[in-house]
Design a binder for this molecule. Structure first.
Ligand code: ATP
Length: 325
């Protein structure tokens, strides 16, 4: 009943009287009123006006498979969606499903991650309600060496989706972070299962701070949310649908040559490190250099003492000279 009333209010857009609802559903007006209360408790905002009836003002920002599917316009990405209230990590879940033969394009999302991770096992803060914690399963016809570029492809897709939906000023910090105002709004973690010459599967995890207005102390100097950047509380399901749409487009271009060559201009234009002095945290020794941009394999080209060097993402991190960016 609650569901039927929700559907009627959504389809009409304007006011529907209590009388009409009770006639359409064959129930009493008190039953209609109770269902309206239940919808409000579930986060729907409903305006009630005497002599006019009820009008749906806004829906809750749900992160369910239905909410995402209803907004999706993709060919394959997210055509199957698993949504959880809580999970250890969406990457772990998609890896488990991949081992059990799940297909290309499977998406997992969760309201909370209890063991969210970044690169090199670093913790990723994933609280309830304010962010997007999701993972996409890929089974591409690529060689294992071509997999790491997909992190950059996802970075392009997330940035494009955020900019399209909000106009927020944000860029990419090589290789895998979306940043704004010197802080990280999104992190991306790509994991792969492969044999020497064949990819079994790739899992791309994406963590986005969407509506947070504060962060835990350990990351408050380097984290930012979309809400903090542009003052818009966007719907997470809509952003996910937009990211998947953008990912399909960029992914097709990546597949053209199996590398970043068709995406070089887009990526380098979004790269905030470009032309900037950076600190390269290489386990073999830290140094400062000027970042020029990426090459077709996704490596960062830096210039140091008149020499050009290629940085491959693996174990290396890049920072600004004075801070995180
Ligand atoms: P790199 O430059 O090598 O990617 P990184 O420190 O940005 O380094 P990641 O693996 O991308 O590393 O992300 C993990 C780090 O991100 C954590 O160590 C923490 O500092 C930070 N972090 C954790 N949770 C969040 C969050 N919700 N938003 C922004 N930053 C976070």
């Amino acid at each position: 009943m609650k569901e039927k009333i929700r559907t009627i209010l959504m389809e009409r857009g304007g006011f529907v009287s209590g009388q009409e609802l009770s006639e359409l559903l064959g129930v009493s007006r008190t039953a209609v009123w109770k269902a309206i209360r239940q919808l409000e408790e579930a986060g729907y905002e409903i305006e009630a006006v005497r002599n006019k009836g009820y009008r749906l003002v806004s829906e809750p920002d749900l992160l369910t498979a239905e909410a995402i599917s209803a907004r999706l316009c993709t060919k394959w990405a997210g055509q199957e969606i698993l949504s959880f209230d809580e999970i250890d990590s969406t990457n772990n879940e998609v890896k488990r499903r991949a081992e059990a033969a799940a297909g290309h394009g499977l998406l997992a999302v969760s309201e909370v991650q209890t063991a969210g991770r970044g690169r090199m096992g670093r913790p990723w803060s994933s609280p309830a309600g304010s962010g997007i914690w999701m993972s996409l399963l890929l089974r591409p016809a690529l060689a294992p060496i071509q997999a790491s570029g997909l992190t950059l492809v996802m970075a392009l897709a997330v940035r494009e989706a955020i900019v399209t939906m909000t106009g927020a000023a944000c860029g990419i910090k090589w290789p895998n972070d979306i940043v704004s105002e010197g802080r990280k709004v999104c992190g991306i973690l790509t994991e792969m299962s492969a044999e020497p010459d064949r990819i079994n599967h790739i899992v791309i995890g994406v963590g986005i701070n969407v509506t947070d207005d504060s962060f835990p102390e350990e990351i408050c100097d380097r984290a930012i949310s979309i809400w903090q950047i542009c003052g818009q509380k966007i719907r997470r399901a809509e952003l996910i649908a937009e990211i998947l749409k953008q990912f399909e487009l960029f992914f097709d271009r990546y597949l053209q040559n199996g590398d970043m060559s068709a995406l070089l201009e887009d990526y380098n234009a979004a790269l905030i490190n470009r032309g900037q002095k950076v600190r390269v945290l290489d386990p073999a020794g830290e140094y400062e250099a000027v970042a020029e941009g990426i090459n077709a394999s996704g490596a960062l080209i830096v210039e140091k003492d008149g020499m050009r060097k290629e940085i491959i993402s693996g174990e290396v991190s890049v920072r600004g000279v004075y801070g995180y960016v």
